[in-house]
Ligand binder design. Structure first.
Ligand SMILES: Cc1cc2nc3c(=O)[nH]c(=O)nc-3n(C[C@H](O)[C@H](O)[C@H](O)COP(=O)(O)OP(=O)(O)OC[C@H]3O[C@@H](n4cnc5c(N)ncnc54)[C@H](O)[C@@H]3O)c2cc1C
Length: 364
């Protein structure tokens, strides 16, 4: 057995035993919706959070392809991984790439141990697809910065210990200039978190208001004013992972194992879905390999997210159309997945915006 196959087996066994003990119920979209700090800490004890990072900051110095094996198994299992997902996937790597050694030492070990929970303060009421239009400002002050503004759709802000924050630090002619990335303590005075309940009735995202919030100088990630270049690199991590393909995997697994009499047409459609999944997995491996060479596969990640969320939606459409007995059991994830699905092609960059990024890159 290769080392990677053994790693896959270990993650699979852990998920199965925690599920069988009743620790969690497999859910669609679990990476956003299923939050269990203790489960994340157990993964951390195995070295499966921050696993590509250097040992000096709590990592395990494994490859991004190894990390893909772990994330893929967690997503297949519909396991509760939301507590560490954002820190492990994108803010940790961003701090590793751009943060000072002091910031790395201060923050990364806590993410790798599952003690720090990160949220993502990018979107604002007037800045979603057009992220460079952010109006939240950070003004220089003695020893740091003072932040004022409003972020929206901030997943798990109500549970986070730290927030990534994109803010305007200079008024410039070009809106892409003068942006800066920060890491903010969520218990800083002046931060108010208000829940937003989605149409499935669940509370995972929030509005976050910053009123004269002090952020120490050492909490700038990278270079002040260079936030745009840095955040576009970060989006490759945000868009290029298997969670953009496997949010509805528990539904697909239910279909594949259902004890149903399939007619031939449906069987062909199901086979096509499985074949598409194979191609998308190969694309995930390519993105992980690119990250291992130190590049930022922005275009490949945008392609993967676009095609992956189309696939996730088609799995649900198929399940709805097939209405296979057994798939629609009361604890089946299909209903939840259908209610979550409208967000798949919006979060992390809408499909229209991804197509426009790809078209512009083709034109270069
Ligand atoms: C479940 C979920 C979780 C989220 N979590 C977070 C989070 O943790 N942190 C965070 O910062 N944000 C988060 N978001 C916000 C998400 O990133 C934004 O919703 C997304 O970037 C789109 O922005 P918007 O909602 O302002 O829509 P808009 O930008 O207003 O877009 C509305 C529609 O117009 C289309 N459109 C806009 N511009 C163009 C264009 N130039 N060309 C063609 N079509 C266009 C879009 O495709 C979309 O269909 C989350 C969103 C969801 C759904």
């Amino acid at each position: 057995m290769t080392e990677r196959t053994e790693l896959r087996r270990q993650v699979r066994d852990l998920c199965r035993s925690r599920r069988d003990e009743g620790r969690y119920r497999p859910r669609a979209d679990a990476w956003l919706r299923s939050f269990d700090l203790e489960f994340s800490r157990e993964l951390a004890r195995h070295g499966w959070i921050g696993m590509t990072w250097p040992r000096r900051v709590g990592g395990a110095e494994r490859s991004n392809v190894d990390r893909l094996v772990v994330t893929e198994e967690l997503l297949r299992a519909g396991a509760p991984v939301a507590a560490h997902w954002i820190g492990d996937r994108q803010i940790g790597p961003s701090i590793l790439r751009h943060g000072t050694p002091e910031l790395q030492r201060e923050i990364l070990p806590g993410i790798a141990s599952g003690d720090h929970v990160l949220c993502l303060g990018m979107s604002e009421p007037e800045a979603g697809s057009d992220l460079a239009a952010v109006r939240t400002t950070a003004r220089p002050t003695a020893g740091g910065w003072r932040v004022d503004g409003r972020k929206i759709w901030t997943s798990h802000a109500h549970r986070a210990t730290h927030s990534y924050l994109l803010a305007r630090t200079e008024r410039t002619e070009r809106k892409h200039d003068g942006l800066t990335e920060f890491l903010v303590d969520m218990d800083s005075p002046g931060i108010t978190v208000t829940p937003i309940v989605d149409m499935a009735g669940s509370h995972h995202f929030n509005e976050v208001v910053f009123e004269d919030v002090f952020v120490p100088a050492g909490r700038v990630i990278g270079v002040a004013g260079q936030g745009w270049r840095q955040v576009t690199e970060q989006l490759a991590h945000e868009r290029g992972g298997p969670e953009r393909v496997l949010s509805t995997y528990p539904v697909l697994a239910g279909l594949l194992t259902a004890n149903a009499e399939w007619d031939e047409g449906l069987l062909v459609e199901l086979g096509e879905l499985v074949a598409r999944l194979g191609t998308l997995r190969a694309m995930c491996v390519r993105v992980a390999e690119a990250l291992d060479t130190g590049t930022s596969p922005i275009r490949e990640a945008a392609t993967l997210k676009y095609l992956g969320t189309e696939f996730e939606r088609d799995v649900l459409e198929f399940a709805r159309g097939a209405a296979v007995p057994g798939v629609l059991a009361p604890d089946d994830p299909l209903g939840e997945a259908i209610l979550a699905a409208p967000g798949f092609s919006i979060r992390g960059g809408s499909s229209e915006v991804l197509l426009s990024i790809l078209a512009k890159q083709e034109a270069l």
